[in-house]
Design a protein. Structure first.
Length: 51
């Protein structure tokens, strides 16, 4: 499993991701990406994709 990550940008949803190829997660700009969950729920798209 990939390391959990989330975005600090207000333009992105308030969720965390755990798949590197999640379509929503891939849109996060590198400067806005932080590692961990920050207590956010898992993105609904992550379980739908493979690694």
């Amino acid at each position: 499993m990939a390391t959990a990550y989330y975005s600090i940008s207000s333009e992105d949803r308030e969720v965390h991701h755990n798949k590197t190829n999640c379509p929503d997660g891939k849109r996060i700009k590198p400067e806005n990406r932080r590692y961990g969950t920050d207590g956010r729920p898992l993105c609904k798209e992550c379980p739908k994709v493979s690694y």
